[in-house]
Design a protein around this ligand. Sequence first.
Ligand SMILES: Cc1cc2nc3c(=O)[nH]c(=O)nc-3n(C[C@H](O)[C@H](O)[C@H](O)COP(=O)(O)OP(=O)(O)OC[C@H]3O[C@@H](n4cnc5c(N)ncnc54)[C@H](O)[C@@H]3O)c2cc1C
Length: 559
Amino acid sequence: MEYLLDNSDQALFPKLTDGQLERLRPIGKVRRAAMDEVLFAEGEHSYDPLVVLEGTVAVVQGHDDQARGIAPHLPGDLVAELNIFTGEPAAASAIVRQPGAVLVIPVAEFRALVGRDLEFGDFVSQLLFRRRRALRRLRVGFHIIGSASNKDTVRLREFSARNRLLRKWIDPADERARELLGDAAEDAMAAPFVLLGDGEPLRNPTNAELARAAGLLRGADVPRGAYDLVVVGGGPGGLAAAVYAASGGMRTVLLDAVAVGGQASTSARIENYLGFPAGLSGVELAERAMLQAQKFNVQMIVPCAAVGLEVRDGAHVVTLDDGGELTSRIVILAVGIQYRRLAIPKLEDYEGVGIAYATATARQQLRPGDAVVVVGGANSAGQMALALADAGRKVHLVVRGRTLAGSMAAYLRERISLDSQIEVHLHSEVRELAGAGHLEQVIVENTAAGRRLSIEAGVMVVLIGAEPHTQWLRNVVDLDGEGFILTGPALAPEARRRKPWPRLGRAPLMLETSRPGVFAVGDVRSGSTRMVAPAAGDGGMAVRLAAEHLAWASQHQSG
Ligand SMILES: Cc1cc2nc3c(=O)[nH]c(=O)nc-3n(C[C@H](O)[C@H](O)[C@H](O)COP(=O)(O)OP(=O)(O)OC[C@H]3O[C@@H](n4cnc5c(N)ncnc54)[C@H](O)[C@@H]3O)c2cc1C
């Protein structure tokens, strides 16, 4: 069998040292491995990592003549992928190709060792991140079979991308679609199918159904009882709060309506996050933070939206969109913002088939040779334009203002001015869209000259600001005129005179909302600097302030 990955690549297949093996032996069990034995199977929801002691174990995706060899594992190799932490099913099977012996480590024990042994934990997490990147490049994972212009295909691809699931999209017209689906391949033109492991194909699953099948939706397992902290929103602000709180011993649950990682996970490259001089991708940041949260036993419910928040018997009760409730002493709202849309005709017709609001979704919609229009004059638009130009695309940056100064960082402006792939259209606004089934033309008006220009482009990325996710919080906490959550000193004096503040005898703390014990962090907070580091900083600070609130409350009660 030919393999896609080369076992001599030390970055992906390092031999465990004697010291590392010694750490694993006491928690593992040595067993014989017979020829052709399946040690774990593609699609299995939980499997135990292995170390090959003798013989060869092949990692293979698919079956029989459809099988693809991913990698052979030789003595000293660890057989494991990032899914042992994320809960996704095994993306491939481990099959014995030369009989021998393996050390099987129960996955819970393995995770615990990674959590308590810093050196081994670092070795394993770096290795698994590298393997995940390699698998992503090879497009190993479950299959989404559906037409690129079908809205449900777009939805499932977008949801999978936001959740960083290992998957491969296949057009129903592709021969492979027929191999996988048989005659049903024709039905995939009308509605997409998802194929996971050996299971029955799922026809047009909802996001929640896909999440459940892909091992993401852990909501059902998460106890709905009382917590010290409920974090609503899993972007950098929420993740930082959850990690700080759980590492300090608070019983913490985090829920996210779409995916852990938030907006930041859609960023192609975050260049200004401390400690990463070469920058890091949003996906990498999200994966690292998620692993860290798991290490500290943060319970995560995804996808699951909070739809209500009230006080009952002195505790905060968060109502969930599945009808469940979570009770907690503290709530941190880290719900972020959603992108603002352009007020132009036919916008919805092209959303998902030419119009995107984030890097990940834009990339999915790009076809070979497509030029791209990026709308917006802020940093996110600048970064997007540069990333696309680096990838060889012709980029038109459409900016309403007469200059980029004042809205975009100087280093981005300078790089854009030096990049011949990027054409900047100042004083310009998008007026019309055209294309048959997919965006093909963007009509832009130069408002200073009163002239219209038709730009040939397959994708338009709209980065013109955003609105906070606070519709459900309107009568719960005080918001500013644009719907952002007011906290601490920004709250009006009148809010502090309202019940229960006079009885509490203290003013709202810095990140505290108009409701005591409820904090707001990150982009959704009125006056925040909308970036990753400030959001994460807010998260940490909110936990510190929450502890202050709890200490004060217990003193107050006992006194
Ligand atoms: C394309 C792009 C590039 C960027 N590049 C950079 C960069 O290079 N550097 C930088 O510093 N910043 C960058 N940013 C900004 C940065 O991503 C944000 O400032 C940061 O993600 C804000 O974090 P947050 O936790 O406040 O909110 P978000 O990241 O927006 O996360 C909020 C989360 O809350 C969830 N949610 C919303 N409502 C509910 C609900 N009712 N129930 C449950 N969950 C809910 C959402 O699904 C979301 O996952 C970029 C943003 C974008 C879009």
